[in-house]
Design a protein around this ligand. Structure first.
Ligand SMILES: Cc1ncc(C[n+]2csc(CCOP(=O)(O)OP(=O)(O)O)c2C)c(N)n1
Length: 632
């Protein structure tokens, strides 16, 4: 009954505090039903229902700025800021994004999907507000997983220099996607269980009264609630005070009244404040509460049974995990690292078999790579399993720590290409451009899951850094079931013709193969090439192919700018091949919205029919113009 009436934070503020828990129940129901239909981030959102309601009850968005770290937990915020109806189209093409998005609402301070940025962004907002002599409140909501990322500490460290006010709300649910890792997580746990943590009434009074100016106000506020005994503003004993923050907590993140009181207090405090809130990830939906990891990010699921849609085929991620597990049986130097992506990268079997050789370093991609440099320098063979989009964090570590030292290690770059529903914050389409400017780094892309296995075996035996990029999901059957041995910087030429040469890079080999079959049926003499390597390029074979063909076709699941297409076109120009016609397919240098992977690829022309049509039209026009004779 309440949810129906709430279309803005102002509507929310009209509801009596006592009735907010009913609203929260309705929101949970809404979340589970809707995400069950569309897929999306479930557990994290169920955990922050009361917290988000309390934030919007107290703060005045969009004048006050709330930043959701990662922002996968911003669904409740979306509900409260007028976007209920959009949930039908959550993460669908043209539909609502699964993250905060500046283009979507004035309540979304930033478009984000990567972790650990919120405190830094908040500090910038706070300083800008001060310089503009504004009065708004700045709030960063960050959870314990995101607090494993180094950027959060750089922000905490700098804030004491800024002489500004901001509020950090730490949502502590003890979970990242899987269990949170590291010393800080243990530390937060200790805060949680410390016996004499809650101070007795008199002590509390003293502590609070000592806070200049507002101490009396806080006491008055607290006295209004019967539960005030529970709280103390602890000024001495946590790590956060060392960073110059006032620390409040831990408080119960499922008790709205408590949170509203504390937020009202925090609003009045000058300087940075950190409020430590404890929540239960998955709260209110038993399947998600029991297994928050499984319901972190889900496709459709059955509400009553909690049954999720599972992939029917072996995915690239599974093959990567299984291959490493197998190799590690005999290769004792192989070690595997993830940055909080144990679930998703396929590494579970490896952990079970070789637990001492696996490292989850938290959401710390930069650290993961520098850590790997150390491991590699003493003779181990580190493998970093990482999503393409998150590898962006580690650019300088790849260049400076690994490649400058030419240290052997393997980057297994999962979710390369279009990832689909997560959208523009997560598309893995920049990695080729990003990596191919780095010396010493071999870059490979397998045409299917079998070749991924072969490439990992190849990479383990190299004495320099190797990156292998592969997409989400699995690969289709191929007519080319035998695999030449992988040789450094060598293409796999599956057929050598003379009219048109098709280069299908990695996952796009599939489309290339279909085009090849169809064009052959139409009488063209077609070459089909699996480039395998983006770097080093197979100069020798490229020269051979260019000398034989007029039409060159490249297809890649990444931006063309600096991508495979641009390598080929530079090669053609630099080696002065005249009269070549290059048709290249990939993405423009842009941020690409969410939607189904196949649909997005189609929108950008990466589908068989469109490409065939383009080729035939082009050849036809050229024939007309030049009276060219195409052999058949
Ligand atoms: C830089 C980066 N690496 C990895 C991820 C993938 N990721 C999304 S949410 C998440 C866990 C976040 O945990 P936490 O901050 O505790 O939030 P919770 O889901 O527990 O609410 C991870 C690792 C990311 N978004 N950004």
């Amino acid at each position: 009954v309440y949810l129906e009436e709430v279309n803005s934070p102002d509507d929310l503020k009209k509801i009596e505090i006592n009735n907010l828990s009913i609203l929260c129940k309705e929101i949970r129901e809404f979340l589970v039903t809707n995400i069950g239909n569309t897929g999306g981030h479930l557990s994290s959102n169920l955990g922050v229902v009361e917290l988000t309601v309390a934030m919007h009850y107290v703060f005045n968005s969009p004048i006050d700025k709330i930043i959701f770290d990662v922002s996968h937990q911003s669904y409740v915020h979306k509900i409260l800021t007028g976007r209920k109806e959009e949930f039908k189209n959550l993460r669908k093409q043209q539909g609502m994004s699964g993250f905060t998005n500046r283009q979507e609402s004035e309540h979304d301070t930033f478009t984000i999907g990567h972790s650990s940025t919120s405190i830094a962004m908040a500090s910038g907002l706070a300083v800008a507000r001060d310089l503009k002599k504004d009065k708004s409140k700045i709030i960063a909501l960050i959870a314990d997983g995101a607090l494993t990322g180094g950027l959060a500490y750089e922000a905490l460290n700098n804030i004491s220099n800024l002489n500004t006010s901001l509020i950090v709300i730490l949502n502590d649910n003890n979970m990242s996607i899987s269990k949170s890792v590291g010393a800080l997580t243990k530390y937060l746990n200790r805060l949680r269980v410390k016996k004499n943590y809650y101070k007795i009434k008199d002590n509390t009074k003293v502590t609070i009264e000592k806070i200049p100016i507002i101490g009396k106000f806080i006491l008055k506020k607290l006295s209004k609630t019967k539960r005030y005994l529970k709280y103390s503003l602890i000024n001495t004993s946590t790590i956060f005070e060392e960073f110059g923050f006032k620390y409040i907590g831990p408080i119960n993140g499922h008790n709205i009244e408590e949170m509203i009181n504390i937020f009202e207090i925090a609003k009045k405090i000058k300087g940075p404040v950190l409020i430590h809130v404890k929540t239960c990830k998955g709260k209110g939906y038993s399947f998600a509460e029991k297994n928050p990891t499984k319901f972190h990010g889900v496709s459709k699921f059955n509400y009553a049974t909690g049954k999720l849609e599972v992939p029917k085929m072996k995915t690239y991620s599974m093959v990567a995990g299984d291959t490493l597990t197998k190799i590690a049986d005999t290769n004792k130097d192989l070690v595997v690292i993830t940055a909080a992506m144990t679930d998703g990268t396929g590494v579970r079997p490896f952990i079970e078999k070789h637990p001492t050789r696996f490292f989850d370093v938290g959401i710390a991609e930069e650290y993961a790579i520098s850590f790997a440099a150390g491991l590699s320098a003493l003779g181990l063979k580190p493998v970093f399993m990482v999503y393409s989009t998150f590898l962006q964090r580690g650019y300088d570590q790849i260049l400076h720590d690994i490649c400058l030292n030419n240290l052997p290690m393997i980057f297994l770059i999962d979710r390369a290409g279009i990832v689909g529903q997560d959208g523009k914050t997560h598309q893995g389409i920049y990695d080729i451009s990003m990596l191919s400017s780095i010396p010493n780094l071999s870059i490979l892309s397998p045409r299917n899951i079998v070749e991924l296995e072969n490439m990992i075996e190849y990479a383990v035996n190299q004495d320099g850094p190797v990156a292998i990029r592969y997409p989400k999901g699995t690969s289709a059957d191929t007519t080319f079931n035998s695999y030449e041995k992988i040789k450094k910087g060598k293409f796999e030429i599956l057929n050598l013709g003379s009219d048109i040469a098709i280069f299908g890079l990695g996952s796009c080999f599939e489309i290339g193969e279909k085009i090849y079959i169809e064009l052959r049926k139409r009488g063209l003499n077609v070459s089909l090439i699996n480039p395998r390597f983006v770097y080093p390029l197979d100069d020798e074979n490229l020269k051979l192919i260019l000398s034989k063909h007029r039409y060159i076709l490249t297809i890649e699941d990444g931006i063309k700018d600096g991508g495979f297409a641009s390598k080929i076109s530079s090669f053609i120009l630099e080696n002065r091949y005249d009269g070549k016609i290059l048709l290249s397919y990939g993405y423009p240098k842009d941020f690409i919205e969410h939607g189904k992977r196949e649909d997005i690829m189609k929108n950008y022309g990466l589908d068989k029919d469109n490409i065939i049509n383009d080729i035939l039209t082009l050849i036809d026009n050229n024939q007309k113009n030049n009276n060219l004779n195409i052999s058949s």
